[in-house]
Write a protein that binds this ligand. Structure first.
Ligand SMILES: *[C@@H]1O[C@H](CO)[C@@H](O)[C@H](O)[C@H]1NC(C)=O
Ligand SMILES: *[C@@H]1O[C@H](CO)[C@@H](O)[C@H](O)[C@H]1NC(C)=O
Ligand SMILES: *[C@@H]1O[C@H](CO)[C@@H](O)[C@H](O)[C@H]1NC(C)=O
Ligand SMILES: *[C@@H]1O[C@H](CO)[C@@H](O)[C@H](O)[C@H]1NC(C)=O
Ligand SMILES: *[C@@H]1O[C@H](CO)[C@@H](O)[C@H](O)[C@H]1NC(C)=O
Ligand SMILES: *[C@@H]1O[C@H](CO)[C@@H](O)[C@H](O)[C@H]1NC(C)=O
Ligand SMILES: *[C@@H]1O[C@H](CO)[C@@H](O)[C@H](O)[C@H]1NC(C)=O
Ligand SMILES: *[C@@H]1O[C@H](CO)[C@@H](O)[C@H](O)[C@H]1NC(C)=O
Length: 628
């Protein structure tokens, strides 16, 4: 060190555990900035690696870790011992601006009053409301609009009689919801569980109903407007309503208009008596829903299952009915307008209604590419059933109906010809919907495990329980990072700004510029395009685009795809013509490897390789090119 005073202790620790090149530190100190913050380090790295004199962009620098020099030094030390880091997780999450699930507050055990839970958050309800007689617990506007919500209901309302629960407007518009109901309403008699407007608009819900209402009598569960408008979530119903008597389940408007929803019903209503399940407008207008019914209603007596307007107007997706209604007695299944107007979906029935007696199955206007295996032949009616999806599509075309109504947001994809001054077009919502987070400093993040093979270590560090949203978030992002690149694609997941600079300069050289759309103005409205500038003189260019992944700290999925043109355009208010934004758009000229079900083709028509497709760079995403 060139300093005359002794370095403070934290600096020694920093130099030992994070090994900074000391000449950089000295240069930065001479330049008058605090050289020991993560941000200071990023600024130096930018100046060193990027050959032009473009300043480091503030939108990128703002994502650097907010740790102070002292915090950085102490966490640097801590990260050498993963157990120590795990122990200090809440502090680490707060200081480093990460997303972590809150550790649940102590259990509200054996609370017996009628309660209105409007303002609670992140609770552990264990042994709550057991042996209740009558009464109502109301969860209304519970956990609305929060960022990350985790609630745990265990042995809730067990052995209760005539007890009602109402979950209304529960956890709507939150970012990530993690709810688990296990042993809920077990052995209860009567009573209603009502879930309405539950988890509406959630980004990544993970809902688990385990041993829910098993052995109950005459209990009724109503799911209305449940998980509508969600993005990429899963619902699991395991051993739901098993051995129940006269249970009624209604699912209405369940999962409507969602993107990539997964539902799993396992051992659902098994050996029940007189169950009555109705699925109305279930999974309608969804994109790529995957529903699995396994051992559903097996060995039941006199069950009535109705699927009405089920998975209609959906895109892609599939249903898998396995051992459905097997060995049941006098079961009645009605499929009315099931999977109508589905694009490219498929349905599998295996072991369906096998060894069942006196079963009636009624398919009305059922249209799909369906496989039936071991399907009980007797008592099955197909009224205007269309066997082949090709035939279904033809009959729909004959009726002049649009085959798909799953709405792709207007303006999400557009043609290149729209990018000229004076064009009026809708603008999608380009706001970043993911939780706000920061990068970790490179010196810290390189010491953390980052692969599916190290998932157990990661779960330990981030307090992720099995089956929790945190675990699926870790696994999903790592899987995407480990996926082999598509033909012509070069990709890398980067967990620090320095790694991003390294990847971009490895593809493009050191004379680079990075751009993003200036702000989010114009979202969901109509815009007029102002002045347009093509990068690289409007010629095809190499570029590296980086998209956020969902991870506790910022991780970007960066990739270089061949044959693109990149544009900058002023965005004007369509009415006043005032300049409200400066957009960056990218046009993919080669779409031949995209799937036919890609949202771009749903929105614009046509198919893979036949058209170019353009889109805006959304908030917090970015694209790198060679500097002009
Ligand atoms: C909830 O509370 C119960 C009883 O106090 C406890 O056994 C359980 O571990 C808690 N669960 C969580 C997730 O904190
Ligand atoms: C509760 O949620 C409903 C539906 O989202 C909303 O209309 C109502 O204003 C909310 N009430 C409060 C007190 O926030
Ligand atoms: C089943 O439940 C639905 C809705 O709750 C009701 O309309 C219908 O009458 C019930 N069917 C039988 C056979 O109980
Ligand atoms: C039906 O689905 C099967 C399996 O997913 C697929 O191989 C087949 O091409 C599909 N048939 C039609 C007509 O879409
Ligand atoms: C569907 O059509 C195929 C041949 O076109 C036939 O073998 C099969 O039995 C039909 N399936 C049903 C359930 O009608
Ligand atoms: C969680 O899953 C792992 C396997 O991934 C298993 O070894 C462990 O026992 C499970 N823990 C609990 C509490 O179920
Ligand atoms: C945008 O313009 C279209 C066509 O003029 C109109 O139907 C739509 O309502 C407008 N959207 C907004 C958000 O103003
Ligand atoms: C764009 O491409 C054309 C034709 O290939 C070439 O003449 C022109 O110099 C290129 N412009 C830039 C800025 O590279």
């Amino acid at each position: 060190m060139h300093s005359s005073t002794a370095p403070p202790l934290f600096l020694l620790l920093l130099l030992i555990s994070c090994s900074f090149p000391s000449h950089d530190v000295v240069l930065a100190a001479l330049a008058g900035e605090n050289p020991f913050t993560p941000k200071g380090y990023v600024v130096r790295y930018w100046k060193k690696q990027i050959s032009n004199n473009l300043p480091e962009p503030s939108f990128l620098l703002d994502k650097a870790s907010p740790l102070t020099a002292a915090e950085y030094a102490s966490f640097c030390k801590l990260v050498n011992d993963q157990n120590a880091l795990s122990t200090h997780l809440p502090l680490f999450c707060t200081k480093a601006n990460l997303i972590c699930f809150p550790d649940l507050s102590p259990s509200l055990e054996k609370h017996m009053d009628n309660v209105d839970f409007a303002t609670y958050l992140n609770k552990n309800f264990t042994n709550y409301g057991g042996d209740r007689l009558g009464g109502v617990d109301s969860f209304k506007n519970y956990s609305d609009g929060d960022n990350v919500v985790s609630d745990n209901f265990r042995r809730y309302s067990r052995d209760a009689v005539g007890h009602n629960e109402k979950f209304t407007s529960y956890a709507t518009e939150v970012n990530m919801a993690d709810q688990s109901f296990s042993g809920y309403g077990t052995a209860s008699t009567g009573g209603d569980g009502e879930f309405s407007n539950y988890n509406h608009g959630v980004n990544v819900p993970n809902l688990r109903f385990n041993e829910y209402a098993d052995n109950s009598n005459g209990r009724k569960q109503i799911f209305t407007e449940y998980t509508t408008d969600i993005n990429a979530g899963d619902q699991t119903f395991t051993s739901y309503g098993k051995n129940g008597n006269g249970a009624t389940n209604e699912f209405t408007n369940y999962g409507k208009n969602s993107n990539v929803m997964g539902s799993n019903f396992k051992n659902y209503g098994e050996t029940g008596n007189g169950g009555n399940d109705t699925f109305t407008s279930y999974g309608d207008e969804t994109n790529n829903p995957q529903n699995t019914f396994k051992n559903y209603g097996a060995e039941g007596n006199s069950a009535v299952e109705s699927f009405k307007s089920y998975r209609s107007d959906s895109n892609v997706g599939g249903d898998d009915f396995r051992s459905y209604g097997k060995q049941s007695n006098a079961a009645q299944m009605d499929f009315a307008t099931y999977a109508q107007d589905v694009t490219d979906g498929n349905t599998k029935f295996s072991g369906y209604g096998e060894d069942a007696s006196a079963q009636t199955v009624d398919f009305k206007q059922y249209a799909l590419n369906t496989t039936f295996k071991a399907y009980a032949k007797e008592g099955v009616t197909f009224a205007s059933y269309t066997n082949e999806s090709a035939a279904a599509a033809a009959s729909l075309a004959a009726k002049g109906k649009k085959v798909n109504r799953w709405a792709v947001e207007p303006g999400k994809f557009f043609r290149e010809e729209m990018l000229k001054s004076g064009s009026v077009m809708p603008m999608p919502d380009i706001r970043d919907k993911m939780p706000k987070r920061s990068f970790l400093p490179r010196a810290i993040v390189t010491k953390l495990p980052f692969s599916t093979s190290k998932i157990d270590e990661l779960k330990n560090i981030f307090h992720a329980e099995n089956d929790s949203s945190m675990t699926s978030m870790l696994v999903n992002s790592l899987n995407e990072c480990e996926r082999a690149p598509s033909p012509g694609e070069t990709k890398r997941c980067v967990a620090s700004i320095e790694d991003m600079i390294d990847f971009a300069t490895s593809v493009l050289g050191r004379n680079v510029a990075v751009r993003t759309t200036e702000n989010t103005q114009g979202s969901n409205g109509n815009i007029t395009i102002g002045q347009v500038k093509g990068i690289n003189g409007g010629n095809v260019t190499k570029s590296v685009s980086c998209h956020q992944s969902l991870f506790p700290y910022l991780v970007y999925y960066c990739h270089s795809v061949p044959k693109v043109r990149v544009y900058e355009a002023d965005i004007l208010d369509a009415e006043s013509k005032a300049r409200i934004n400066h957009g960056v758009a990218i046009c993919h000229l080669d779409t031949s490897s995209w799937s036919p079900g890609h949202g771009a083709f749903i929105a614009l028509g046509s198919g893979p390789g036949k058209i170019e497709v353009c889109h805006w760079i959304f908030e917090n995403d970015m694209t790198w090119t060679v500097a002009d």
